[in-house]
Design a protein around this ligand. Structure first.
Ligand SMILES: Nc1ncnc2c1ncn2[C@@H]1O[C@H](COP(=O)(O)OP(=O)(O)OP(=O)(O)O)[C@@H](O)[C@H]1O
Length: 217
C-alpha cells in the first residue's frame, strides 16, 4: 500500500476471523492504513482486500454496511448537530425508513446506556461521551465488524472504563487499534505492526512482549 512513493504497508496475506483483534505498534507503523483498508476508506494500490467476501474496491458501498469505522476523533464523524439526529441520519443513509430509524436510534442509545445524550449537541460532548455516541451511531446501522482507531486515547479513567466496557460487551466482531495495551490483553489475537509490516501475529501477551522489545521499553 503506497501513498505516492511512500510505502505505508508492504505486501502481506492475512485472514482475520477472530471476534476480538487488537492492532498495536509504534506511531507511523501502518496501523490506521491497515484498518482503513479493511473498511475500503483506503484502496489497495496492489492486491485485493475482501470483507465477508466483498471486494473493498468493486463492492465499496456494500463493504461500508458490513464494516463500521470509529475514528480516532469521533467529532469528525458525527456530522449532525445533535446525537439523535446523527444516528437517524446514518440509518436513513443506509436505507432505513424514517419511522424505523427513530426507534433504532433510541435502541442504539439504550444499548450503550447513553439515552441522556440523545438530545445533546455533539460539540458539547466530552471525549468519552463522543466515543460512546460514535459507537452507538456506527453500530446502529448493523455492521458485522466494528473497527476502532484508538478508542480510549485521551480519555480519563472513568470514561476509559465506560468505553472499554462497551467494547467488551459488543456482539459484533471488533478490530481495535490501541496504544493502550491493557485494552487488548484479553483479545483473541493481536497483530504487531512495525515499519509497514506485520511483525508479530498471535496471542496478546506474546504480542505485547514483542512490541515492548521493538519499542525498547
Ligand atoms: N493519506 C496519506 N498520505 C501520505 N502518507 C500517509 C497517508 N496516510 C498515512 N500516511 C503515512 O503512512 C505511514 C503509516 O501511517 P498510519 O497512519 O497508518 O500509521 P499508524 O501506525 O496508524 O500511526 P499512529 O500510531 O501515529 O496513528 C506513515 O508514515 C504516514 O505518514
Amino acid at each position: 500500500m503506497k501513498f505516492k512513493t511512500h510505502i505505508a504497508l508492504h505486501p502481506f496475506s492475512l485472514t482475520l476471523s477472530e471476534r476480538r483483534i487488537g492492532i498495536i505498534g509504534l506511531n507511523g507503523s501502518g496501523k490506521t492504513t491497515f484498518a482503513k483498508l479493511i473498511d475500503g476508506l483506503v484502496k489497495p494500490t496492489s492486491g485485493t482486500v475482501t470483507v465477508n467476501g466483498l471486494d473493498t474496491v468493486k463492492d465499496a458501498r456494500a463493504v461500508l454496511t458490513v464494516a463500521g469505522f470509529i475514528f480516532q476523533n469521533p467529532a469528525q464523524q458525527l456530522i449532525m448537530p445533535q446525537v439523535m439526529e446523527d444516528i437517524v441520519f446514518g440509518l436513513k443513509a443506509h436505507g432505513v425508513a424514517p419511522a424505523e430509524a427513530e426507534a433504532r436510534a433510541q435502541a442504539a442509545l439504550a444499548r450503550f446506556g447513553i439515552e441522556a445524550l440523545g438530545q445533546r449537541r455533539v460539540h458539547e460532548l466530552s471525549g468519552g461521551e463522543l466515543q460512546l455516541a460514535a459507537i452507538a451511531s456506527v453500530s446502529a446501522t448493523g455492521p458485522d465488524i466494528l473497527i476502532f482507531d484508538e478508542p480510549v486515547n485521551q480519555l480519563d479513567l472513568k470514561n476509559r472504563a465506560r468505553v472499554v466496557e462497551a467494547i467488551h460487551a459488543l456482539s459484533e466482531n471488533a478490530i481495535v487499534i490501541s496504544h493502550d495495551l491493557p485494552l487488548v490483553e484479553d483479545f483473541d489475537r493481536v497483530l504487531v505492526f512495525h515499519e509497514g509490516r506485520i511483525v508479530f501475529d498471535g496471542l496478546p501477551a506474546a504480542a505485547i512482549a514483542y512490541y515492548r522489545e521493538i519499542a525498547g521499553c
